[in-house]
Design a protein around this ligand. Structure first.
Ligand code: BTN
Length: 254
């Protein structure tokens, strides 16, 4: 973890050529609570998971795929908004590399000029009597195969298309971990309200007409940003509605 410089001691890193899913690995075999952030990365995942039961497809060298186990202060609830903060950290890491047009699609897809570059899957660890913890799983497309068929309503992109000389996976991982640590520190001290403005600046759908596709109902309105818990605010014909990040998906209405 040389790329993390002086912060390297705060992390432990395991990199494997292949596993089922880096989230699954950390959830199934949580490393000891030794004060470090435990990171598990794989070049290829054979059962990579996305939100809403989707699959994160994998090819060698195509994406940076890793998960980090974050533990919070004993007794602290793992508050809402965590996955939005993870998206913001990825956005800031990309901006630091000079990527232009980085936007966030609620709850936590990272888009470049509308196309998906990265996805995030946050899973809370069952923590009865234990330190609250979350597994933050991140996939960032580095160089997708030309024939990759990934189903996403507005298309997908990769870092090779965004930068003339994109960084390697380990340099990118170090940048994202650095941003995650900085933002999670702010979040632990002051909650999502301290980061809400930064998230909203990058909101891909700010003020646009959108439709939320839920399990049972769909809801249309103007995207009015996010509230202090990270819930999506939707201005509908019948007033402002809050949408929690459960099993819903967001579409812009053309
Ligand atoms: C999504 O776009 O729906 C979320 C995708 C999250 C993919 C990452 S890749 C690393 C980690 N391991 C997984 O199985 N999923 C996450």
């Amino acid at each position: 973890m040389a790329a993390l410089g002086g912060k390297a001691a705060a992390f432990s890193l395991v990199c494997v050529p292949e596993c089922d899913s880096t989230n699954t690995r950390l959830m199934a075999e949580p490393p000891p609570d030794d004060g470090r952030v435990h990171v598990f990365a794989a070049d290829v995942q054979t059962a990579g998971r996305g939100r809403r039961g989707r699959v994160w497809q994998s090819w060698p060298g195509a994406s940076l795929t890793f998960s980090a186990l974050w533990r919070f202060a004993p007794g602290a609830p793992v508050p809402a908004g965590l996955s939005l903060v993870a998206g913001l950290a990825v956005a800031r890491a990309l901006e630091g590399l000079g990527v232009e047009g980085v936007q966030l699609k609620w709850p936590n897809d990272v888009l470049i000029h509308g196309c998906k570059l990265a996805g995030i899957l946050v899973e809370l660890m069952p923590g009865r009597g234990r330190t609250p913890a979350a597994v933050v799983g991140i996939g960032i497309n580095l160089r997708l195969p030309a024939d990759a068929a990934i189903d996403y309503p507005t298309g997908v992109t990769d870092l090779a298309a965004c930068l003339p000389s994109p960084p390697g996976a380990s340099a990118l991982l170090a940048r994202v971990l650095d941003e995650l640590q900085a933002l999670f520190e702010i979040y632990a001290a002051a909650g999502f309200p301290a980061l809400r403005g930064a998230w909203q600046q990058r909101n891909a759908f700010a003020d646009l007409p959108v439709r939320i596709l839920g399990e049972a109902e769909s809801l249309s309105g103007r995207c009015a940003g996010v509230d202090e818990d990270g819930a999506l605010l939707l201005e509908t014909d019948t007033g402002m509605r809050r949408v929690l990040s459960g099993e819903v998906s967001l579409r812009v209405v053309s």
